[in-house]
Ligand binder design. Structure first.
Ligand code: ADP
Ligand code: MG
Length: 251
């Protein structure tokens, strides 16, 4: 087995008396796409922010590329791509200016920066929008630009927190297609947090999280088999005890 790119080990985090994470453990292998699936309030963003090094867990550890944020934050961040839940592009600047600024933060410049901007905008199919102010782009295209930006440094691990919130079904599906291309072409590992089952049906592995705990983990096929359901959506409802479950959970 190759060394995981990300390891959560018994991660705990509370906000006052709210226990957001109650001991989360799982890891992500190189080139693996993992869907972190759970309802609102499950703890996805909290876990995501810990993975991105924004704050430390109260207890337990997070290792990224075998490194610890306390000692190696800049080494980790140089190899990480992050797309946060809330949008974070400058709306008045052009797509190109946004990408250029971000690339420079990673120490890219000149011809190399130009080449990287061309590559990532072509990959996400926004190359022809480069001269447009971000404000004039659709929500879906703005999100694509954010993902392109997160890929400028050729990250070994891409973290995305509900990247498709506010997008229509067709655009959401397209984002899933883009992520498969990113993984195939760049070997990037991806952690994709979402509450929408259809966004993780092509993930290598799905981690179900509810009320700060991992409840189930496995490939989409394994999860369907465990639940005895016909589809991943039915499996999700069955395993998470949804009130309108279509099937009985497997014993
Ligand atoms: P998700 O992203 O799955 O919706 P979050 O990680 O945002 O879940 O939230 C998990 C729990 O922690 C929720 O009960 C939420 O209300 C609480 N929480 C999240 N962020 C904060 C915060 N900054 N202060 C207090 N409580 C928070
Ligand atoms: Mg969230």
């Amino acid at each position: 087995m190759s060394t995981p790119v990300l390891v959560f080990d018994k991660v705990r985090k509370s906000y006052g008396s709210t226990e957001a994470l109650k001991g989360i453990s799982f890891d992500i292998a190189p080139s693996e796409v993992v869907g972190l699936l759970g309802p609102n309030g499950a703890g996805k963003s909290t876990l995501f922010q810990i993975a991105a090094g924004l704050f430390a867990p109260d207890d337990g550890t997070v290792d990224v590329f075998g490194l610890d944020y306390k000692q190696h934050a800049s080494e980790i961040l140089a190899r990480l791509g992050v797309v946060f839940q809330s949008r974070s592009l400058d709306l008045d600047m052009t797509v190109n200016a946004n990408l250029k600024f971000h690339g420079q933060l990673f120490g890219l410049s000149g011809k190399l920066l130009e080449t990287r901007i061309s590559e990532v905008t072509e990959l996400l199919e926004v190359a022809d929008l480069r001269k447009r102010p971000v404000r004039t782009l659709s929500g879906g295209n703005q999100r694509r630009v954010e993902i392109a930006r997160a890929l400028l440094n050729k990250p070994d691990l891409l973290l995305m927190d509900e990247p498709s919130v506010g997008l229509d079904a067709t655009t959401r599906r397209k984002l899933v297609d883009h992520m498969q291309v990113v993984r195939e072409q760049q070997g990037t590992s991806i952690l994709w947090a979402t509450h929408l089952v259809e966004e993780v049906d092509r993930a290598d592995r799905i981690v179900f999280i509810a009320q700060g705990e991992v409840t189930h983990m496995g490939s989409p096929a394994q999860i369907i088999e465990t639940s005895g359901a016909a589809t991943l959506t039915d499996a999700y409802v069955a395993l998470t005890g949804g009130a309108d479950a279509h099937v009985e959970p497997a014993a």
